[in-house]
Design a protein around this ligand. Structure first.
Ligand SMILES: *[C@@H]1O[C@H](CO)[C@@H](O)[C@H](O)[C@H]1NC(C)=O
Ligand SMILES: *[C@@H]1O[C@H](CO)[C@@H](O)[C@H](O)[C@H]1NC(C)=O
Ligand SMILES: *[C@@H]1O[C@H](CO)[C@@H](O)[C@H](O)[C@H]1NC(C)=O
Ligand SMILES: *[C@@H]1O[C@H](CO)[C@@H](O)[C@H](O)[C@H]1NC(C)=O
Ligand SMILES: *[C@@H]1O[C@H](CO)[C@@H](O)[C@H](O)[C@H]1NC(C)=O
Length: 489
């Protein structure tokens, strides 16, 4: 069964351009959901290969002359803008199956130029892909217009909407495909800086609450009213094969479970864990040894048939939380509360656990999942709780606890190219972070508190699991898949 959830009404919020910064308001949208597919191998990719439509953060922009409106997903895990062509077969389907977020009719644009025929080809970690031409077009976001923006035109794709990748230029698909750094082009944040719209290649991301509809990306500045406490800077890791900065990988150095009954420091043989802060990924993916402790704390059960952990929906009322630490002692700490981590199964119908410790209770998905490769991702279920500043010139990321639903604004622009993140101090001990992980079993002292807090409103008359009908919200992992790396020329 395919089910469709309605789009957020009034979703397209006006953006503002201010001097030296460009703000783009982003909207959380739930796309039509797909049936959760049965896992076959032990790679996560297979679970979502069939996912045609995905969850995530979207924003509107204009492409071409005259301008065509498109709604694109914001992605820190890739570096190309691409738009689906109206002629792509995925866009020729009708109704909710088509490209409901808009597609680009290149034949209707007078500014359309092909700059690389058949040279655009991108694959994401979840197995989805887009292929076609590189084009140069007029691109407008947040009131800023860029002429001659290089982007992909998706002529053959299984994704019915485009993306705006804002990562490092060296992570562009063309660089991976040619294995040559010299083929990189000025992508969106670089061009914003070169055309003088912002001073330096940096931006801040505020996703806001799981239940809120809008967040924003602020190019060229920070907004001190959108976070609590202070921003703390940590280093971005280089890619180990190319020795270049290509992804927003940082060192996650601790994870604590905290509830009314205690606090547990969780362990992993993978600490310090290299994690990619990826806005294009819906959930967060930790090493299995760590994820299993997290699940035990909250009573989540892993369902191997579907490859996801489920837990009672009423756990969203738990006052417990997880503290993520980065960059060693004294580094930034982000607390993620349970209400940000309990995600409904998207078809709207509640399902109850048929048996086991949660028998009779409504089932939800848990936002902290596991992954088997060394690519660990902190996606939207983590990022909503953090204010994140990405500085692509100094190769640093600053983090602070978010201020949910903040309405005030105090924007500070980076003063010049290469300026450090304003109002941020460096994590004091990150130079000492070394490989030191080991797995020890926690006492699970916090576990009882997680569950006590949750209202035990169990025995509603709900249908039991009908696995053939279970649907999950659209899930994306829009981290660009890199093959064998590339060589710096
Ligand atoms: C594009 O979107 C803007 C703002 O949402 C709207 O005013 C305009 O009419 C739209 N243009 C087209 C061609 O749909
Ligand atoms: C457009 O961009 C391309 C790629 O960045 C560049 O080679 C070309 O010179 C630009 N053309 C104009 C007219 O600015
Ligand atoms: C933020 O706003 C949303 C929507 O109004 C609300 O559901 C949510 O509880 C708010 N979050 C906080 C932390 O106040
Ligand atoms: C996050 O949790 C830690 C550990 O319980 C606590 O010391 C800290 O004050 C919390 N931070 C915020 C911003 O609530
Ligand atoms: C996730 O954890 C489960 C349960 O521990 C395990 O069976 C599964 O293989 C793990 N998945 C991945 C992708 O590592």
């Amino acid at each position: 069964m395919r089910t469709t959830t309605s789009f957020v009404a009034g979703a397209l919020v006006a953006s503002v351009a201010q001097a030296q910064v460009v703000q783009w308001d982003i909207v959380k949208r739930q796309t039509a959901s797909n049936k959760l597919t049965r896992r076959q191998g032990d790679t996560f990719t297979e679970v979502i290969t069939n996912e045609k439509l995905r969850g995530g953060y979207f924003a509107t922009c204009q492409v071409g002359t005259p301008a065509q409106n498109l709604t694109l997903q914001l992605d820190t895990g890739s570096s190309d803008i691409w738009v689906p062509s109206s002629s792509a077969s995925v866009c020729e389907q009708s109704g909710d199956d088509g490209c409901t977020f808009g597609s680009f009719d290149e034949s209707a644009s007078t500014s359309f130029t092909v700059v690389g025929e058949n040279e655009f080809s991108i694959s994401y970690v979840d197995g989805s892909s887009s292929k076609g031409d590189y084009i140069a077009e007029t691109f407008e976001i947040g009131g800023a217009t860029l002429d001659n923006m290089t982007m992909g035109l998706g002529l053959r794709t299984d994704i019915p909407y485009g993306l705006v990748g804002v990562g490092y230029a060296l992570n562009e698909a063309i660089v991976a495909n040619t294995q040559s750094a010299s083929s990189s082009y000025d992508n969106l944040p670089v061009l914003l800086q070169k055309q003088g719209l912002i001073n330096t290649n940096a931006y801040s991301l505020w996703l806001n609450d799981l239940d809120a509809n809008t967040g924003s990306i602020l190019f060229g500045g920070i907004d001190t009213e959108k976070y609590q406490g202070d921003l703390t800077r940590i280093n971005i890791y280089k890619d180990s094969s190319s020795q270049a900065f290509t992804s927003f990988t940082v060192a996650m150095t601790s994870l604590q479970a905290v509830s009314s009954s205690g606090a547990d420091s969780l362990s992993s043989s993978a600490f310090p864990i290299p994690v990619v802060l990826d806005s294009g990924t819906t959930f967060s993916y930790l090493p299995t040894d760590l994820a299993e402790q997290v699940w035990r704390e909250v009573g989540a059960e892993y369902y191997p048939q579907y490859g996801v952990p489920l837990l009672p929906c009423n756990m969203e009322n738990s006052a417990g939380y997880f503290s993520f630490g980065f960059g060693g002692s004294g580094g930034p700490v982000i607390n993620v509360t349970m209400d940000e981590l309990v995600v409904s199964l998207a078809d709207g119908d509640p399902y109850t656990f048929p048996s086991g410790q949660h028998s009779g209770q409504a089932a939800c998905q848990f936002g902290l999942q596991n992954f088997s490769t060394s690519t660990y991702l902190l996606g939207d279920t983590f990022l909503r709780s953090a204010y994140v500043v990405y500085d692509l010139v100094n190769n640093e990321i600053a983090l602070a606890p978010t201020d949910f639903n903040a309405t005030d604004s105090n924007v500070i622009a980076f003063p010049s190219e290469g300026a450090q993140i304003p109002s941020a101090t460096a994590a004091p001990n990150q130079a000492e972070v070394t490989q030191s992980g080991s797995l020890t079993t926690p006492t699970y002292g916090a576990s009882g508190g997680f569950k006590d807090d949750a209202a035990s409103a169990a025995s509603m008359l709900l249908p039991a699991f009908d696995w053939s009908r279970i649907a999950v919200m659209g899930v994306s992992m829009s981290l660009m898949m890199v093959g064998s790396g590339f060589f710096l020329l």
